[in-house]
Design a protein around this ligand. Structure first.
Ligand SMILES: Nc1nc2c(ncn2[C@@H]2O[C@H](COP(=O)(O)OP(=O)(O)OP(=O)(O)O)[C@@H](O)[C@H]2O)c(=O)[nH]1
Ligand SMILES: [Mg+2]
Length: 265
């Protein structure tokens, strides 16, 4: 497994920032931050809170007050997961981090899997903690959530040609080079589709994407922010990108399609 030192960050990866977006995660935020710090003492943590009415931001502030590796980004109000991550990425860039990790606050992404993701990041531009690759486990998820994730991923893979099993998964590592190569200024997703959009951008930028199996568990505390609107956004956006990709392929005369483009059948 990877070596890590407090001074230099993670061996072979560098200084790592784990960005944890939060909205009403008062029941979860202390536990998740503590587990990250325990499991990977050489990484820093940024809680990106959208002014949660339940006081998540204040709990995070208290942790930041006692641990110099914990930081809090207070945002004005609920603007969606995608906007919170983009703000976290910008925060990391301004401070010269070498890699950024995406992790949910609700415990679905086990901090104990982080060392494996960081080890894989030594030889990858993007690492996806995957629920659907060999060796992964999904715990306590109802059948309809399995079906939704499986179908969503199948659709994303077929429509966009992104060669991963879990394009919707939100447990990831991005090396700095990947974030620089991806055209983040074009990102428009609010919710779930943010992960698909970034998978597509990484693939189109020719990034080396590696999947690592994770154990994904249903949240035990707090409420999910998933909604039919978020699912609808993902469906709509994936379809729109697929149409754009095919139009572009046609315009290029079907020759020398760039990475990530699906050939017109
Ligand atoms: N800052 C911020 N964080 C958000 C927002 N919406 C969701 N989150 C956080 O994003 C993470 C994922 O949200 P969840 O509600 O768990 O959504 P999900 O994991 O897609 O859905 P479930 O599987 O049902 O839990 C959690 O840490 C949330 O607190 C938002 O608008 N702003
Ligand atoms: Mg969740």
């Amino acid at each position: 497994m990877h070596e890590a030192t407090e001074a230099t960050g993670v061996d072979g990866v560098g200084r790592v920032l784990v960005v944890i977006p939060t909205y009403n995660e008062a029941a979860n935020v202390s536990d998740i931050v503590a587990r990250v710090r325990r499991t990977a003492p050489a990484v820093d943590v940024l809680v990106a809170d959208d002014n949660s009415p339940d006081g998540t931001g204040a709990i995070a502030d208290a942790m930041a007050g006692t641990d110099p590796r914990v930081h809090v980004l207070h945002r004005e109000g609920k603007q969606g997961l995608g906007a919170a991550y983009l703000a976290g990425f910008a925060w990391a860039r301004e401070r010269g981090y070498d890699a950024v990790v995406e992790m949910d606050a609700d415990g679905s992404h086990a901090p104990e899997d982080l060392p494996a993701l960081l080890a894989a990041a030594r030889d990858a531009d993007v690492v996806i903690g995957s629920r659907w690759t060999r060796g992964a486990r999904v715990v306590n998820w109802p059948l309809r959530r399995h079906a939704l994730s499986r179908c969503g991923n199948l659709y994303a893979r077929l429509a966009l040609g992104v060669p991963v099993t879990d394009a919707t998964g939100g447990y990831r590592v991005y090396r700095r080079g990947a974030l620089e190569a991806m055209d983040l200024a074009t990102v428009c997703s609010q919710g779930y589709s943010f992960q698909v959009e970034l998978s597509r951008l990484a693939h189109r930028a020719g990034m080396r994407i590696v999947e690592v199996p994770i154990t994904f568990a249903e949240r035990e505390r707090g409420d999910s922010k998933m909604s039919p609107l978020i699912v609808a956004e993902a469906l709509w956006r994936i379809t729109t990108w697929a149409v754009q990709d095919r139009r572009q392929a046609v315009r290029r005369g079907l020759h020398g399609t760039p990475t990530g483009q699906v050939r017109w059948p």
